[in-house]
Design a protein around this ligand. Structure first.
Ligand code: GTP
Ligand code: MG
Length: 535
């Protein structure tokens, strides 16, 4: 991984990459991050970035509800500062809570932090039969995401619509209903289960009175990723995804300047958007370059790892399925595993030794979720390459989950996007210890060639290893070849995705006896004169 931060000097010291670079103990770092729930939806990154590039000090909140602190000559003399207002509000709220006995302040990292109250909104569109989850289940998952982000969910609602309202996504009656709920529960954040357009976000914030933040599922997931990014690479990936999410949402953010100036500087807001967009675009391309260098470094590392003759098995699955727990159980890796969504962002690879002495490398990867924001898949491409280059994919399923079937489908959808159809797959049902009727489940699994395990109790792990061994062997074809010394890459690939039985150095190259996937055996075809036999 590259340690050169080409853009670091441009960002204030509180930037994500700088935070990640400080290498704080993980728990400590998480605490600091949690003191800012929904930081990404506050355009935190964008704010820092634009402030760093422009001389004026501005304060930006979400979706055009922007107030500024700077002294704009001739435009504004004194302006209500949002920070000050929220301080007053906080004090008032604290008073109320003292009298009502409701404790909404939590001590985090030595600081009192207000736990934000969130209200959830879902829409079921008749024309959208692509949705795997039904509305209520999807809302339940959104509540879990909000909890992971450190918010307190105080209520939720949903609406069935033929098509979403282009202005406000939901109908006007629903807007009014939510507005009353906001007052009744003292809601600070309204979260929509689907991605909203920049215009819809702005209109909804206005409709709710301007004092409440509106965000969508994508922003919430981005925020969780932001809170959890513990390594430089993860921080870069999250920053990129955040900026790509925010770019179209900068639209008309500055129109308040035009209004406040009484029309004298007409077009100023538009100009500012262009400047801000240009800054963002420049930063996005710098981030992409930085990620590319990280990717190259990862590839080097992977090649070095693959010089060890062992096949790589990737663990994939829905978030919270138990992937990290399984890796820890098999290898003692010590990866963070907890009952929260997206505990893992970075892949970890460890060697697994089976009872018969055979070994394979097992990689734990970032979990999937339904409606996974595409910019996240794109940003995490480098990480997901681990999956694309493995010999076998183990799809781990939390079979005790009531929505196990829907989760399986959601994972399959993401796998489709990754183009890994040629890689053999093993489906494993985890958390069998929690199943109501484990016997029945086992029967069902056996009939489908599925392995049942409990990563917690260790039950079924021998069968799991045997199934991996069989799958790896079955999916490979035996080869014997002499690979010329100038084709080290090819030899690496054989080691990487095949099972090498013997290597010997000869005059013309390395003699290798191995089992490799068919696609690699085909690749070896042009070398037929060196290949002794391809079965
Ligand atoms: N009862 C039971 N709980 C399990 C089992 N495996 C994992 N868990 C629990 O499930 C929760 C999630 O486990 P993780 O290993 O963090 O799940 P993950 O798939 O790595 O999740 P992400 O990193 O978020 O994608 C933790 O609370 C584990 O203790 C199991 O076999 N049985
Ligand atoms: Mg994990």
């Amino acid at each position: 991984m590259s340690t050169a931060y080409c853009f670091c000097s441009l960002l204030p010291s509180t930037s994500i990459s700088a935070q990640a670079n400080r290498r704080l103990p993980r728990q400590h770092e998480l605490l600091i991050r949690r003191t800012k729930p929904l930081s990404s939806t506050r355009l935190g990154v964008v704010k820092e970035l634009i402030e760093a590039e422009t001389p004026e000090k501005r304060e930006i909140t979400t979706n055009g509800v922007a107030l500024e602190r700077r002294e704009v000559e001739g435009l504004v003399d004194s302006r209500k500062v949002e920070g000050g207002a929220s301080k007053e509000k906080k004090q008032k709220r604290k008073k109320v809570e003292e009298t009502t006995g409701e404790d909404r302040f939590k001590l985090q990292n030595g600081r009192e932090v207000l736990v934000e109250k969130a209200y959830l909104v879902g829409v079921e569109c008749k024309r959208n039969d692509e949705d795997i989850f039904d509305m209520e289940d999807s809302l339940k998952e959104l509540a879990q995401l909000a909890d992971t982000a450190g918010l307190t969910v105080v209520g939720s609602t949903y609406q069935k619509l033929a098509t979403p309202n282009p202005r406000t996504y939901i109908g006007s009656g629903k807007v009014a209903e939510i507005k009353s709920a906001i007052h009744a529960f003292d809601v600070e954040t309204v979260i929509f289960d689907d991605e909203l357009s920049p215009g819809q976000l702005r209109n909804l914030e206005k409709a709710f009175g301007g004092d409440v933040r509106v965000c969508d599922r994508t922003a919430l997931i981005l925020d969780i990723f932001n809170q959890r990014a513990a390594t430089h690479e993860a921080a870069l990936q999250v920053s990129l995804a955040q900026m790509e999410y925010q770019l179209p949402r900068l639209t008309r953010m500055w129109t308040h300047l035009e209004r406040q100036a009484g029309g004298q500087v007409k077009g100023m807001g538009e100009k500012q958007i262009e400047v801000d967009k240009r800054i963002l675009r420049t930063r996005i391309s710098a981030l992409k370059k930085e990620l590319e260098s990280v990717r190259q470094h990862r590839k080097l590392y992977r090649n070095r790892r693959h010089s060890v003759p062992m096949p790589v098995v990737s663990l994939v699955g829905y978030t919270n399925a138990g992937k990290s727990t399984l890796l820890n159980r098999l290898t003692g890796a010590g990866v963070l595993a907890e009952n929260k969504l997206f505990a893992t962002l970075d892949p970890t690879t460890r060697r697994v030794q089976m009872k018969n002495g055979n070994e394979f490398l097992l990689t734990d990867t970032v979990g999937f979720i339904q409606k996974l924001p595409t910019m996240l898949v794109a940003a995490f491409r480098a990480t997901l390459e681990e999956i694309e280059e493995s010999s076998l994919i183990v799809h781990l399923v939390d079979i005790s989950h009531p929505l196990a079937q829907q989760q399986i489908e959601a994972v399959e959808e993401v796998l489709d996007e990754l183009e890994v159809e040629s890689i053999p797959k093993l489906i494993v049902w985890n958390k069998i210890d929690k199943a109501e009727d484990p016997l029945q489940l086992r029967k069902e699994a056996e009939a489908k060639g599925i392995v049942c395990i409990s990563a917690i109790t260790g039950e079924g792990l021998d069968q799991f290893c045997n199934a991996i061994q069989d799958k790896l062997k079955n999916s490979l074809v035996p080869i014997e070849a002499i690979v010329p010394y100038d084709q080290g890459e090819l030899l690496n690939s054989i080691h990487q995705i095949g099972m090498v039985e013997r290597t010997e150095y000869s005059e013309n190259g390395t003699f290798v006896k191995a089992h490799v996937p068919l696609r690699l055996a085909r690749l070896l075809a042009p070398l037929r004169q060196q290949v002794v036999a391809i079965a």
